[in-house]
Write a protein that binds this ligand. Sequence first.
Ligand code: GLC
Length: 556
Amino acid sequence: MSRISSDPTWWRQAAVYQIYPRSFADSDGDGIGDLPGVTSRMAYLSALGIDAIWLSPFYPSALADGGYDVDDYRNVDPRLGTLADFDDMVTAAHTAGIKIIVDVVPNHSSNRHEWFQAALASAPGSPERARYHFFDGLGENGELPPSDWPSHFGGPAWTRIVETAGPNAGSLGQWYLHLFATEQPDFNWDHPEVREDFHTTLRFWSDRGVDGFRIDVAHALVKDMSLPLRSKPLLEILVDDGTDPIFDRDEVHEVFAGWRSVLNEYDPPKAAVAEAWVPFTERRLKYAQPSGLGQAFNFDLLQAPFAAVKFRTIAQRCLLEAEASGASSTWVFSNHDVVRHPSRYALPDGSTHADLEAWLLADGASPELDSARGLRRARAATLFMLGLPGSAYLYQGEELGLFEVADLPASSLQDPTWFRTLNTVKGRDGCRVPLPWSDSEDNFGFGGGPWLPQPDWFADFAASVQDGTAGSTLEMYRSALKIRRELQSEESLEWLSEPAAAVVHYRRPNGWEVITNFGDAPAELPFGVDHSQVVLSSGELHVGSIGAETTLWVAP
Ligand code: GLC
């Protein structure tokens, strides 16, 4: 029987666990995680205490970008299972009281999608071409790309094709736009069929019982492709006022208003969360407005160093932002696109993004990580975050305290970034290594020989080792997620510490208090806090004080 709640606001303070299906659990021994694998671990997910699962793409795909190159939006990759397996997974999740969120990838399809294949087989100017962005090249013979736009993964955002139809069949012809890999042609969102088809996709999965959607690259769908295309040699949004030709254009919100009407056909309405990497301005609020998707990721905490003032300022600002948009805030430290946060926090203080990439390129050998510190901070950050009002998005394996696998052999790397930057940027494979379930089974209990090799040190982090072990990261997550259900009531908090203090202290309306010492030395417990009321600590407990880089949860 389904234990799933019909509360339409369930997503507002949910703990959502992201599953990267290829790397979660492999049920058939082919080394690729699959949907029956997810179903087989439902008891684990239930015991973890999450409210929802967000599944990264499991659709048919050549995996040119880990599944974010979708061949068919309304099917399951045969390597990952069948639609029947999907239905079984939804039933198992709902029986366990867990909601399902699926990923929608609307900015681009894969180059194997039937529409793109039809476009390649048709002549320039044909209706088949119009669903994507095909343009003649610049230069005397069209040999230059239509604009200077770079691809997100390196190299130009344009690829030239050999025409197969029309008067120029057999010769080099038009160019098509792909903000990501060559295999990911961007859709033309001015085309009504593209808009209509995504409504069909939303209904398809909604009818199969999913509870919500995560919208990939939500800020890029609608572009200004009027000629001449404007110059944009950097992908960054330099001025976020709606004039960027690619990102964060006002018209994108018309698309999402249409999606909201579709999502509201259901009772309860389906939830949606936007992945929109836009700077913090008023414009960001629109992605989360109730007349649109309803919620948006903010990646501010993810991008911040572990530092008291930063964490507090960001939390405060994001809560105000959420209130202004009518949404609830979202919190994220890790996902399938970034270096796992214990590793980030273990780099020397002051490390920049460039330092992080250099560290990855050096296979994690230099600089040497302060791993103990990284994990200590990661655990403290987690309890700081799980106590806040809003939705917590967790990435598979963070509950085990996993670090980035920075020394994957070059021959195993699969991220298009690695290839498109001619091996100068390593990419995201290191956070996608299949999970260690057991220290005593082959492939750490994942299944068959995994598609990315697992390091030996995974044995110490296996779920089997941490299960029931007091103080383990897994047990800390379990306790926190259990208590969190009690702690999350009204969506507000009161800051009890001074804005610049190294010990950040807040109280929820129901009396729960969260105290984080961001400093690297123990500190006194705030005045009036009774040590005996501490029910959870990210680090060792000390009478009367709080350890360095530690968070405490204090019961009312
Ligand atoms: C999003 C996804 C990322 C993917 C990209 C292109 O940022 O999270 O994994 O590569 O979009 O779809």
